[in-house]
Design a protein around this ligand. Structure first.
Ligand SMILES: CC(C)(COP(=O)(O)OP(=O)(O)OC[C@H]1O[C@@H](n2cnc3c(N)ncnc32)[C@H](O)[C@@H]1OP(=O)(O)O)[C@@H](O)C(=O)NCCC(=O)NCCS
Length: 157
């Protein structure tokens, strides 16, 4: 299997739509916190307007297929938000880590001081995953509303 990584642009809309449509309901919920209205061109258009959309692409003969996506969004005050999702059949193969590391490097070199992520408190998969990002800085986890969502903040040294 040959995998490459590249930044997406508006021409990638159909590939991205196919990727999101192919995710399981559980994975859609973990990433987008809803399964409604996300399999539409309008939603995909909005995703592509993130400050950086980096995809993992499987290069099949004659066809490219998106198998992972990471988005960075500027939140101001040298802070950006990160969100990731990998196709169900490709999870636990290092793809999410690769995307996260590239986005973290991009964030650091463009002057961000911290990365922020909102994670469902029950999403252990994502919390363990984010702990691996800590290699690039230190991480704090807070639950300001003591509700279902955790705020994860990774500060660069
Ligand atoms: C979270 C997610 C992006 C991780 O991507 P991935 O490609 O599967 O992750 P990696 O293979 O790079 O895993 C890196 C580490 O994360 C942790 N991890 C990943 N999946 C895990 C799981 N199912 N259970 C426990 N730990 C897990 C492990 O520590 C793993 O390292 P290891 O395999 O050496 O033990 C992916 O599982 C996903 O798309 N999940 C659903 C959407 C989501 O929860 N997004 C996060 C909210 S923004």
């Amino acid at each position: 299997m040959s995998i490459s990584y590249r930044v997406l642009d508006s021409a990638d809309e159909p590939f991205l739509l196919a990727f999101i449509r192919g995710l399981s309901a559980e994975t859609k919920l973990k990433r987008f916190l809803t399964t409604q209205h996300i399999c539409s061109s309008r939603f995909v258009e909005r995703l592509l307007k993130a400050d950086c959309s980096l995809a993992a692409i499987e290069d099949e003969p004659g066809a490219e297929k998106i198998i992972g996506l990471g988005n960075l969004q500027d939140l101001g005050e040298q802070t950006c938000e990160i969100a990731l999702v990998v196709s169900d059949n490709y999870q636990r193969q290092g793809i999410g880590s690769h995307i996260a590391q590239e986005l973290a490097n991009y964030a650091r070199t463009t002057g961000y001081r911290r990365i922020y992520a909102d994670v469902d408190a029950k999403n252990n998969q994502s919390l363990s995953f984010l702990k691996k990002l800590v290699g690039t800085g230190d991480m704090s986890v807070t639950n300001p509303g003591e509700g279902a969502m955790l705020s994860v903040e990774i500060n660069f040294q």
